[in-house]
Design a binder for this molecule. Structure first.
Ligand code: FRU
Length: 727
């Protein structure tokens, strides 16, 4: 098992304890030269670290001599910069700030009972990482149940410079909010942190022991042996847009990953934020968790476009400040330009408190936002509001919309009121820092108002004003009039903007005067399946929002046509109580149908159908409604199966229906007026077929099917063709 020539320095805080002795004994089985190196000798310069290929600090006991650790920072950092490997395990991970490896240390450290076996919940994008070579799957127990053990984890905060390789797998539960394996790149060397208290002295669970030994020997060999520490992707926290874009290729073979819709390069995305057309470029910021594909510690991710449909990744634009009111997350907000500067007004999250914060972009490319003065700009919610308090969130008061009217800013905030449910409240001001509370802008008994309204947005149209909010399940809209003098919205009609997975949308004004909206298309499968995918969340296609004759209208922005690739089929198909499989397939398609379902009762478009019929999704076009039937969409038990229904009873047939199928996204528009977006997760690689049917009475269907191209330059632009080739 030994590898000749690998020299390991085993760092110790002084004399070793049993556990450290056991770890050293283990290391000696893996490398042929492992030598104890007291930290005080590193600090004093008595030992020249260059004689080692790697260092391992397996601190089992609390670190009692911080001054010595701090004095080790320079020699350890230069050892790593020159290409050395450093492994910090157990409590040593808590010392990364003291060692100058990362300004943000783990925020949760200590000793805990371990009632169930525990270990890394490995990230899918790093499945080829050398540390997990030979280990199957993403879930690994490396510490047995039934003991007390030290730990060091990033829970509320993330390291600034490391990438998360793994969170926690405890018993049979995924705990994505507890990152424990981190990787830093310093110069040409690597630091790996493992904050689960592995114990080499303990031998009572053969399965866990085998996994731990495999994992630990992989790490030692990799850190000590490789001339450089290149891995498939991980080099530390990816920073530039180009570094982030590299991750897109990792998902090239995932048939459920959308390609024509905006997605995070990797990890998690939720709400669109700060949408703005600035200096000739469209900016899409979004709630982004760099830690993994789950909602936590949100930053503002950033993508830019010249045409609303082709996007490029940019570096993360806003990062929580461990010392600021946004320590736990830079939550949703908006952006406005004032005198050439772009400001973001967003919610800072800290300890469950939600406070309005203002930041200014440091350049015209909106690369980074920095605090624009003292934050928060509103210290506390108005005392007169009886805000809903729930465990972990003492006052629901968040998300921001700015509207300029009557020479002042109107600042709308979403809220939950203790007895009244969801509400929008507002402030006014003349600059963006001083705010006067004006009272509730919309509280209503007319509709079931849910418990909290998030992400309010007010849009003005010649035919009426539109206020929409997200109520935890859907986007509710109200059409009426905003009285700017009173800061009140007087609703006349209301409805659901999109009955599907569309949530927390935001809009921007185009230079030609359109209001273009993007919504977050939520995942509708379990958190564990999202973890396995390695990415979560997508944005809708850009849709133009209008109010005409008191009615909300939604249609795809005309720029969406630029995503069209080759035409696969153009035909007029007559069917009577029969189905026809079409000679097209794929996972990225735009299907345009013109059809009157009145005689047939129902005309159906079947997508992502497997040849044996075990998986398929059916768009049922009826006279009064268009229904997406997901009852057979997926064999995966956690995928949502309920119907999604959009009402079209008031529209006149024939209906023009545009269906955008993009991996797991199905987004459709009826008559350029109604929209529905939903998610489907077929498991079979042959679930790519397309069919049409019509009920008794028959229908003639004009059909036009195109392949959809990619929104991203780096992604494979074949609309899923490669996956279906050679079947
Ligand atoms: C809506 C939301 C917002 C919040 C953000 C946090 O999805 O909950 O209310 O600001 O997401 O990510």
């Amino acid at each position: 098992m030994q590898h000749s020539g690998l020299r390991l320095g085993f760092l110790t805080g002084g004399g070793t304890n049993d556990e450290e002795d056991a770890a050293l004994t283990f290391a000696r089985r893996i490398v042929d030269d492992a030598e104890t190196v007291p930290l005080r000798d590193v600090a004093s310069g008595a030992v020249d670290l260059r004689r080692f290929d790697a260092l391992w600090w397996h601190a089992h006991a609390p670190v009692s001599d911080p001054a010595t650790v701090a004095s080790c920072a320079d020699p350890v950092r230069s050892f790593v910069s020159d290409g050395g490997g450093l492994w910090c395990s157990s409590r040593a991970l808590a010392q990364v700030a003291a060692l100058g490896i990362d300004p943000v240390p783990p925020d949760a450290t200590g000793t805990e009972a371990v009632p169930e076996a525990v270990g890394p919940l490995w990230k899918a994008v790093y499945a080829d990482h050398p540390a997990v070579d030979g280990l199957a799957g993403l879930r690994h127990h490396i510490r047995p149940a039934g003991s007390e053990g030290p730990y060091a984890r990033y829970e509320d905060v993330l390291p600034e410079r490391a990438d998360v390789l793994a969170a926690t797998y405890r018993g049979i539960e995924d705990v994505p909010t507890e990152p424990i394996v981190l990787q830093w790149r310093i110069g040409s060397g690597t630091v790996l942190g493992v904050g689960v208290g592995m114990e080499f002295a303990q031998h009572d669970d053969p399965a866990t022991e085998t996994t731990r030994e495999r994992f630990a020997s992989n790490v030692l060999r990799w850190l000590a042996g490789a001339a450089d520490h290149e891995t498939a992707l991980a080099t530390g926290r990816p920073k530039t847009g180009a570094e982030l874009a590299r991750y897109r290729d990792a998902f090239a073979d995932d048939p459920n990953r959308p390609r024509s819709h905006p997605t995070p390069p990797v990890n998690w995305l939720n709400d669109p934020n700060g949408l703005i057309h600035h200096d000739g470029t469209y900016h899409l910021f979004y709630q982004y968790n760099p830690g993994g594909p789950y909602h936590h510690a949100v930053h503002w991710g950033h993508a830019v476009s010249e045409d609303l449909v082709h996007w490029s990744d940019r570096s993360v634009a806003m990062t929580p400040d461990p010392a600021g009111p946004d320590r736990d997350g830079c939550w949703s907000g908006c952006a406005v330009a004032v005198d050439g500067d772009v400001y973001a007004l967003y919610t800072g999250g800290r300890d469950g408190w939600q406070r309005p914060c203002l930041a200014r972009a440091t350049d015209d490319e909106l690369t980074t936002f920095e605090p624009a003065g003292a934050n928060p700009v509103i210290d506390a919610p108005p005392a007169e509001l009886d805000l809903l308090s729930t465990p972990g969130e003492p006052a629901h008061f968040r998300d921001h919309c700015l509207v300029r009217e009557g020479g002042r800013w109107h600042h709308l905030i979403g809220a939950g009121l203790q007895d009244l449910g969801g509400a929008v409240v507002s402030y006014t001001g003349t600059d963006l820092t001083e705010w006067t509370y004006e009272g509730p802008t919309l509280v209503t008994d007319d509709v079931e108002s849910g418990v909290v309204w998030e992400c309010p947005e007010l849009l003005g149209f010649p035919d009426g004003d539109l206020l929409h909010v997200s109520d935890y399940s859907h986007v509710r809209y109200f059409i009426g009039e905003f009285d700017a003098d009173e800061s009140r919205f007087v609703p006349e009609t209301h409805g659901t903007l999109d009955p599907g997975a569309f949530y927390a949308p935001q809009s921007l004004s185009t230079p030609d005067g359109r209001e273009v909206m993007f919504g977050w298309l939520r995942e509708e499968r379990s958190v564990s399946r999202q973890w396995d995918a390695g990415w979560a969340g997508a944005m809708s296609l850009p849709r133009v929002i209008d109010v005409v004759d008191g009615e909300l209208r939604q249609r795809p922005a005309r720029e969406v046509d630029r995503l069209r690739r080759e035409r696969l089929l153009e035909d007029t198909v007559s069917l009577d109580d029969e189905a026809e499989r079409l000679d097209v397939d794929g996972t990225g398609l735009e299907c345009r149908l013109r059809v009157d379902p009145s005689d047939a009762g129902e005309v159906g478009l079947v997508l992502r159908a497997s040849p044996d019929g075990t998986e398929c999704t059916t768009v049922r076009i009826r006279r009064d409604a268009v229904v997406v039937d997901r009852s057979q969409s997926s064999l995966e038990p956690t995928a949502a199966t309920d119907d999604v229904v959009v009402d079209v009873a008031d529209l006149d047939p024939p209906f023009d229906v545009r269906v955008f199928l993009d991996g797991s996204v199905l987004e459709l528009f009826v008559a350029d007026r109604r929209a529905l977006s939903t998610r489907i997760y077929p498991t079979r690689s042959d679930a790519t077929g397309v069919a049409l049917y019509a009920g008794q009475g028959g229908a003639t269907i004009d059909l036009d099917v195109r392949r959809l191209g990619s929104a991203w330059p780096a992604a494979r632009d074949d609309g899923g063709e490669a996956m279906t080739a050679g079947r």
